[in-house]
Design a protein around this ligand. Structure first.
Ligand SMILES: NC(=O)c1ccc[n+]([C@@H]2O[C@H](COP(=O)([O-])OP(=O)(O)OC[C@H]3O[C@@H](n4cnc5c(N)ncnc54)[C@H](OP(=O)(O)O)[C@@H]3O)[C@@H](O)[C@H]2O)c1
Length: 314
């Protein structure tokens, strides 16, 4: 097991919801943080990325930066999503080799799996066609796994990948073009209460099930992946084997924010995949133990953060 105390760790995507939680987890271990901020470095530029990494002399890297949004965003910008996800990933991983980083964890996404038998097992990640609604992001993330495997084959360094399902929490993205299911529902219900609206319209049928994971819990899993997981051939699923329907989630959020009006389901909107629960048995075998924030507590924290910040975020 890697001891992270006093070790230098690069974190790309440091301002993201998950990046902020990863920094908290690393801070608890006494690591020396080397966060990468988009305003200081464009990871689409390979030479600048390589030069900065070499200057920083890091021990490890957690690659979180990405470019994605919800189903609508995926339908509008598929080529851009694929190009940015792949290019940033290839640049960062190559810069890790150039700067002689000891181990790199890349974060993939459950949408990389084909829609198929559940629960989703790591051996299947590169097999079959992903769901059309998120294929751009899926193929971009698959590129990261493929390049990680090839780098290990050529150079022998440890490049591993972790993935998980829909994450939510404070600092989530609440822009309706980009936000995922939890951020979008919290925004709709809180805004309806604030504006006195008696009807909230939600996308799809409400029947799909989603496995939700709070940002601090997923961050702990990512950091433990760096400490404990060395399988360069298979990604690692992080999850709890539990999911909830979007209808149940909507009703819970409505109750927590004090919305007493009606919910209308807009059936003209795509449901996306009906279910995508991860098999987390490998994670348990590897001794990776996640704290499980209850859905109630996680939603309360996220709602509170949104209420405090809605006036100042996009
Ligand atoms: N949220 C989820 O439900 C979920 C689920 C599974 C996997 N993931 C993965 O987890 C990671 C973090 O997700 P997230 O939702 O917390 O955050 P996110 O919204 O995907 O944030 C992306 C981060 O990457 C940075 N970034 C984008 N383009 C960049 C560039 N060209 N150069 C440098 N930095 C760049 C962004 O900075 P700016 O904001 O300043 O542009 C931001 O900090 C992503 O890789 C995502 O695919 C997320």
């Amino acid at each position: 097991m890697i001891k992270l105390k006093n070790k230098k760790v690069i974190i790309t995507g440091a301002t993201s919801m998950i990046g902020r939680s990863v920094i908290k987890s690393l801070r608890q271990r006494g690591s020396i943080m080397q966060p990468i901020f988009h305003e200081d470095l464009d990871l689409m530029n390979y030479e600048q990325t390589r030069d900065l990494f070499i200057d920083m002399k890091p021990d490890y890297c957690i690659h979180l930066a990405g470019y994605n949004g919800n189903i609508k965003f995926n339908s509008l910008y598929p080529a851009e999503i694929f190009h940015r996800t792949s290019t940033m990933g290839l640049n960062v991983l190559k810069a890790c080799i150039d700067s002689r980083i000891l181990k790199t964890v890349s974060v993939l996404s459950s949408c990389g799996y084909k829609a198929g038998d559940q629960p989703l097992k790591e051996e299947e990640f590169l097999n079959g066609e992903p769901d059309e609604s998120t294929e751009a992001h899926a193929y971009g993330k698959r590129d990261l796994l493929i390049y990680s495997k090839l780098l290990h084959k050529q150079y022998g360094e440890t490049f591993v990948c972790a993935l998980f399902n829909t994450t939510y929490g404070p600092h989530d993205n609440f822009d309706l073009n980009k936000t995922k299911v939890v951020g979008s529902l919290i925004k709709k219900f809180v805004d309806a209460v604030d504006e006195g609206d008696k009807l909230v319209e939600c996308w799809g049928s409400g029947k799909p099930k989603r496995e939700l994971i709070f940002c601090d819990d997923v961050a702990e899993g990512i950091v433990q992946t760096l400490e404990k997981y060395d399988n360069t051939q298979l990604p690692l699923n992080l999850g709890f084997d539990q999911d909830v329907t979007i209808k149940e989630l909507s009703e819970k959020i409505a109750e927590l924010v004090g919305f007493s009006g009606d919910i209308k389901w807009d059936l003209s909107r795509s449901d996306g995949q009906m279910r995508k629960i991860l098999d987390s048995s490998r994670m348990k075998k590897e001794g990776i133990i996640l704290n499980q924030t209850s859905l109630n507590d996680g939603l309360q924290k996220t709602i509170e953060w949104y209420r405090l910040n809605k006036g100042i975020i996009k």
